[in-house]
Design a protein around this ligand. Structure first.
Ligand SMILES: [Ca+2]
Length: 559
């Protein structure tokens, strides 16, 4: 019943604690025990007092967790000590994993940033929308979530949570009718899709504009020096990376050779806003500072904090204390910086006595990539470290390395530390967290999201999700179901270049699937042995199931 040995499809995910499942009774007992601690009274008196209104309110708050979701950017399945890395020091996240539920079949629904984050907040696979809305968005793209939709943050807000987003956004800003003007109120944005507060950068650090936005205003903007942004052509007035390589801290490819800002050439062009521009070497500290301030200000209410970390996405510029601290070059340095940043947020929860009843989720939005536009030495310094933990592929691809990610959930009041084999897609966070927070999110609002809270709480032995769809660039899809993975041949016109990059680029070449692939992940976790010729019936079944899910079915899964 309890499988202690991990099957071979989990190549570098040693258990850090025994696989342990717990009953609903134990979970309820844990909730009771925290209440007892809170009240400092005996269990008997607790039962007597439970009917009192004040105590009921207290019980509610002990039952409903505060929620912090920390999403790393391009962190691979093998990039943490708790997931098998030996050359990286990630003690804070490893401790979180040891204290919580560590999933070894956690999946980003997409292998790139925007669509995964879209799915995380909406409970819908991003590929159901137009790629224009949910592809890898430029920094001036409109908001890709429909304002007014009952998203995860919106549902939590309606359920009485104070909601905040800090760090990376990359879900677009503005209505798409008027070109977003960063000198005015930047709306709609996070505040229109469920957040009470935000302190974000619009897209990614490698894209213009390189500014912070608090709520709906660019911070530090001087009206006399307005911001202009273009993804079509150089605006002039500022050096670009192609003409001025002498200004660069890191050489870059053509796509990343737009305006040079803070010694880094970016994707796109920007003018003005000189006082508003962020410094790359202060981004992590800013995320920590703002997250801690958020917890200090709102720790009394039930709260939901989304933290979009920047590491280890490019450009990788470590803050001073982390420069040269890893044995894997700058990518290692920023991963260790990311661990520090996570640790600071966890420390703040402890200091504020919020840790016990706060559900902390740590994960990544997609798999790793070494070279991603900047010649920063990451590739040359990787040694024998395997960022994807030995899985095939990387960011951008539907192979396991692109989508399988670390996924950790810690909630001391209710979750006992263990390793879980439950297949868990980040698209499931909407329904799962919504349920735990007693927030109303209908299946219509979150059509692809399953409530996996019984698994999280250890209340069931059942496998509540036996399949998930994985999504690569240019809307390539794969079906992961049971032990099997089916990747259909690339259709004509699919898998083309992304964002100006060439399809012959080695990052994207494997996205071209000349003929359909079928893997048995239990026997072949690295997706090396295509068995479609030996198992045509299984392939046909998977093909039909994927087609049905594309058409809107739940793929035969109960919800
Ligand atoms: Ca990413």
């Amino acid at each position: 019943m309890v499988r202690l040995s991990l099957n071979p499809m989990e190549p570098l995910a040693p258990p850090i604690s025994r696989v342990h499942r717990r009953s609903g009774f134990l979970a309820r007992k844990a909730a009771g025990s925290i209440l007892a601690r809170l009240c400092s009274i005996s269990g008997y008196a607790l039962l007597v007092l439970a009917g009192w209104p004040g105590v009921t309110a207290l019980a509610d708050e002990a039952r409903r967790p505060n929620i912090v979701i920390i999403v790393a950017d391009d962190l691979g399945y093998g990039d943490l000590g708790s997931y098998g890395a030996t050359r990286l020091k990630t003690p804070n996240i490893d401790r979180l994993a040891a204290q919580g539920v560590r999933f070894i079949r956690g999946y980003a629904p997409s292998s790139t940033c925007t669509p995964t984050r879209y799915s995380l907040f909406t409970g819908e696979y991003a590929w159901r929308q137009s790629a224009k809305r949910t592809g890898i968005l430029p920094g001036d793209a409109p908001l890709c979530i429909e304002p007014g939709r009952v998203t995860l943050p919106e549902a939590l807000r309606r359920a009485g949570y104070y909601t905040g987003a800090i760090g990376k956004w990359h879900l677009g800003l503005g209505d798409g009718v008027t070109v977003v003007d960063f000198n005015q109120r930047v709306r709609p944005g996070p505040l229109e899709v469920g957040f009470d507060y935000c302190h974000i950068i619009p897209a990614t650090v490698d894209r213009v504009p390189t500014v912070w936005i608090e709520n709906d205003r660019v911070l530090g903007l001087d009206p006399a020096d307005p911001i202009k942004v273009s993804y079509d052509g150089d605006l002039g007035g500022e050096p670009n990376g192609l003409d001025h390589p002498e200004l660069l801290l890191q050489r870059a490819d053509k796509q990343h050779s737009g305006t040079v800002l803070n010694g880094i050439s970016r994707i796109g062009f920007m003018q003005g806003g000189k006082f508003a521009r962020f410094k790359d070497e202060e981004l992590a500290s800013t995320v920590v500072k703002k997250s801690v301030q958020f917890l200090e200000a709102h720790g009394r209410a039930p709260f939901f904090l989304y933290v979009g970390l920047f590491e280890p996405h490019v450009p990788r510029i470590a803050e001073k204390p982390f420069v040269g601290t890893s044995e894997l070059g700058v990518r290692g340095d920023v991963i260790q910086q990311m661990d520090w940043a996570t640790g600071e947020i966890l420390k703040a929860l402890e200091r504020l006595k919020l840790a016990e009843n706060t559900l902390v989720i740590f994960t990544s939005d997609n798999g790793p990539v070494l070279f991603d536009g900047y010649f920063d030495g990451a590739k040359e310094s990787v040694k024998d470290h395997r960022p994807a933990g030995g899985l095939r592929g990387w960011k951008y691809l539907v192979f396991e390395g692109g989508c399988r990610v670390p996924l950790i959930a810690r909630w001391p009041a209710r979750l006992k530390p263990r390793v879980s084999e439950q297949l868990f897609s980040l698209v499931d966070l909407t329904s799962t967290l919504g349920h735990l927070a007693e927030a109303k999110i209908s299946p219509a609002d979150s059509p692809d999201s399953l409530d996996l809270s019984p698994v999280l709480l250890g209340e069931t032995f059942a496998d509540l999700r036996d399949h998930t769809v994985l999504h690569g660039i240019s809307d390539t899809l794969a079906l992961r179901a049971g032990d099997w993975k089916y990747i259909p041949a690339t259709r004509r016109g699919e898998a083309s270049a992304v964002g100006g990059a060439r399809p012959s680029d080695e990052r994207f070449a494997e996205n071209q699937i000349p003929s359909s692939l079928l893997f048995n992940l239990r026997e072949d976790p690295a997706e090396r042995n295509n068995v479609i010729a030996q198992c045509p019936e299984k392939a046909a079944e998977m093909q039909a199931r994927l087609a049905a899910i594309r058409q809107g079915s739940s793929g035969g899964q109960q919800r």
